[in-house]
Design a binder for this molecule. Structure first.
Ligand code: NDP
Ligand code: 2IT
Length: 459
């Protein structure tokens, strides 16, 4: 990359440098808007670092960190229940292995493409660094849509997917896990196929496994619980707690369900949740058992909730969930689900805290609305890091060939989320943006990876 090396001692020079790198990323990755968005957010946050410490620019850390070490794409052929041959595309981005094996989930959703996988993989580098654990950044998935598929079709697809993916992963090289559309069932089928192909039981090759074959207690709950532990730290800073707060949580998948569970345990009322078709509003508080049965067991649509609880209301379409007044908003569905307009409505209705369970659920414009209106904002990389953090604890247990109790893992998760919060607050303050957790978490995550990349030389 032919970007002039500068000593970068002023903010203006640093801004100019960061912009040059960003323009190169756009040129080199045309049309990948989600990837551009994720890069822009991080690069802008890093300006104070480049202004203070020229060593990162002199070592071309930015130019290197925005380029994946490897992007693998592959054909995934499988046969459906009618005997038709179907073809999907598989991806794995091995983005950065400076501080540990590539680590990150697999997403099965029809919207998956290179841009989505690269934005997720890029975010994962900094998130994983923030956890304090030795894990690099990776992500993968497929445009396969598990909705409406039989168990047999899901198994056929995941076996074919793993047949190819198995060439690139391993407990010390790259360790996938779940994400949208990939839960316990899919991880089980993938682990089975990997084990069969390798002819050995390498437990640490995947995380989010079932408890009977090397999974960790608390991993199922970890992202949602971790999000609430992180938000509880934000509330504590302002002298508040979840007790008596009204909360809106989008989605009704793994992250949402366990965010709702923990927030309820801490005394909040969750009045709404959603799926990709629409949302439910239950002013007395969502009945979580019903949501769990509908989504985790029966794999049905969230609108069925109102058949069981007729006092609740169902609304078609997702975006209006943000028009429901709340103290705390926890977006836990997907990227860019809160745009500028929704953010303004949240603010007008008095929201005080937004913390992200999903990856990049707020657009850059929405984030500006929060920051300019005194909303205390917990960005995804920091707030949803509990899932991957417990994945790393699962790897540690697999290496030691033992299993910790729920209480032990949960206590470690609380500690990790508190550390992430404190490190983000401190970095924000140190680099001149007190209270800005976007800047703080991006800088705190970046420094460890960047220093390691310098230590390793130009590779
Ligand atoms: P699940 O597949 O379990 O649930 C996803 C939920 O979001 C479902 O309710 C789904 O609705 C909804 N959803 C998915 N896509 C869309 C869309 N395009 N528009 C509206 N709603 C949508 O996934 P997870 O709960 O695991 O993941 C949710 C988010 O959290 C993702 O952004 C993921 O990257 C992030 N995340 C997940 C972690 C984990 O450990 N699982 C860790 C950290 C972040 P429907 O049922 O209709 O598909
Ligand atoms: O976005 C994420 O952090 C995840 N989907 C979890 C990744 C993991 O390896 O547990």
């Amino acid at each position: 990359m032919a970007i002039t090396q500068q000593t970068g001692s002023t903010l203006d020079t640093a801004k100019q440098y960061v912009n040059e790198v960003y323009e190169t990323v756009k040129k080199r990755n045309p049309g990948e808007s989600e990837f551009h968005q994720a890069v822009k957010e991080i690069l802008d946050s890093l300006v104070p670092v480049f202004a203070k410490q020229p060593k990162y620019q002199n070592n071309a850390i930015l130019e290197r960190i925005v380029e994946p070490e490897r992007l693998i794409t592959f054909r995934v052929p499988w046969v459906d229940d009618q005997g038709n041959v179907r073809v999907n595309r598989g991806f794995r981005v091995q983005f950065n292995s400076a501080i540990g094996p590539y680590k990150g989930g697999l997403r099965f959703h029809p919207s998956v493409n290179a841009s989505i996988i690269k934005f997720l993989g890029f975010e994962q580098i900094f998130k994983n660094s923030l956890t304090g654990q030795p894990i690099g950044g990776g992500k993968g998935g497929s445009d396969f849509d598990p909705k409406g598929k039989s168990d047999n079709e899901v198994m056929k697809f995941t076996q074919s997917f793993m047949t190819e993916l198995s060439k690139y992963i391993g407990p010390d090289t790259d360790v996938p896990a779940g994400d949208i559309g990939v839960g316990a069932r899919e991880i089980g089928y993938m682990f089975g196929q990997y084990k069969r192909l390798r002819g050995g039981n390498e437990a640490g090759v995947l995380t989010g496994k079932g408890l009977t074959y090397g999974g960790s207690l608390t991993r199922t709950e970890a992202t949602g619980y971790g999000l609430v532990y992180f938000t509880a730290e934000m509330l504590k800073t302002k002298g508040e707690s979840f007790e008596g707060k009204t909360v809106v949580v989008s989605g009704s998948g793994n992250v949402s369900i366990y965010a709702i569970e923990k927030a309820q345990q801490l005394g909040a009322t969750i009045v709404a949740c959603s799926d990709s078709n629409g949302y439910i509003y239950d002013k007395d508080g969502i009945n979580l058992d019903t949501v769990k049965t509908l989504k985790e067991v029966e794999r049905k649509r969230i609108k069925e909730y109102v058949n069981i609880h007729p006092s609740a209301q169902y609304f078609e379409g997702c975006e209006n969930i943000w028009t429901i007044p709340c103290d705390i908003a926890l977006p836990c569905a997907t990227q860019n689900e809160i745009n500028e307009e929704s953010a303004k409505i949240l603010v007008a209705n008095g929201v005080k805290y937004v913390a992200e369970g999903a990856n990049m659920p707020s657009t850059l414009e929405a984030i500006d609305v929060y920051l300019n209106n005194g909303v205390y904002f917990g960005p995804a990389k920091a707030a949803n890091a509990g899932g991957v953090a417990v994945s790393a604890l699962e790897m540690a247990q697999n290496s030691a060939r033992l299993a910790w109790t729920f209480e032990e893992v949960d206590a470690k998760l609380v500690q990790i989320m508190q550390n992430i919060y404190n490190n983000s607050v401190n970095a924000a303050e140190q680099y001149g943006h007190p209270g800005n957790l976007v800047v703080g978490s991006n800088i705190a995550g970046f420094l460890k990876v960047a220093d390691t990349m310098i230590a390793h030389g130009v590779i």
